[in-house]
Design a protein around this ligand. Structure first.
Ligand SMILES: Cc1cc2nc3c(=O)[nH]c(=O)nc-3n(C[C@H](O)[C@H](O)[C@H](O)COP(=O)(O)O)c2cc1C
Length: 214
């Protein structure tokens, strides 16, 4: 099939796009307000966008509390969501009234961050302590402002539960991170689904600006 993604005439009971661009990593964003209220919510419009310095981004459909809080405090934490915390993560997507803690609602606790004031989720196996870099509210191709807010953040500190470091490498599969697909579907990374491919040998010396850095 092919359909028009502006008018979404796919004819299916649900929009299929998130089942195609998936599974997506989940940034479980903790952020504090100027009154010290703590917000925690999952974002699967989330990814690492650059390194040296490490750049991450998440995007909100509408101007949600997480965006308002980050724009005030200029910082946030991306907690990594793993299989054991799937139900807790899901609970934190509830739209509680501002001031009510999603952490308490989900039975989670906080641990202090090292480089920023915003705490991380103590139960999470890894967390990225970020400072706000930029908020982007894009326009459509017709010049209409989208009701979407993309936050870019620079990673200032990284927490990793030491039990997941084996022989100097992070054992991602042992952590069992979960990822979001379409509908109510998720995927989990496990040792069985892991595979490795070495990079191909370099064929020719390239100009410095064309050399791969990752
Ligand atoms: C797995 C998962 C991923 C989500 N990803 C996003 C997202 O990328 N962008 C978004 O706006 N909402 C997303 N949501 C919904 C938000 O988490 C939810 O609206 C948010 O918790 C509202 O909280 P807030 O208004 O207090 O920030 C997601 C929900 C779940 C369960």
């Amino acid at each position: 099939m092919i359909y028009d993604a502006v008018i979404n005439n796919h004819g299916l009971p649900h929009n299929p796009i998130k089942a195609l661009i998936g599974p997506r990593p989940i940034g479980w964003i903790s952020a504090i307000s100027d009154k010290g209220e703590l917000n925690l919510s999952p974002y699967s419009f989330f990814n690492m966008l650059g390194q040296n310095p490490t750049l991450v981004a998440f995007s909100s459909a509408g101007y949600k509390d997480a965006i308002a809080f980050v724009e005030k405090s200029k910082e946030f934490v991306c907690n990594i969501v793993t299989w054991d915390l799937r139900d807790e993560m899901n609970k934190t997507s509830t739209n509680l009234p501002r001031g009510e803690s999603e952490l308490a609602y989900a039975g989670l606790t906080t641990a202090p961050s090292h480089f920023i004031k915003t705490p991380r989720v103590a139960e999470a196996s890894a967390a990225l302590e970020c400072r706000w870099v930029q908020t982007i509210q894009p326009s459509t191709v017709d010049g209409q402002k989208m009701d979407q807010y993309i936050i870019l953040g620079q990673v200032m500190g990284v927490y990793i539960d030491d039990q997941f470091i084996q022989n100097g490498l992070v054992d991602t599969a042992a952590m069992r991170p979960i990822m979001r697909a379409g509908y109510f579907d998720y995927f989990v990374a496990t040792p069985e689904t892991k595979f490795s491919i070495a990079r191909p040998p370099k064929v020719a010396l390239r100009a410095p600006h064309q050399q791969q850095t990752d």
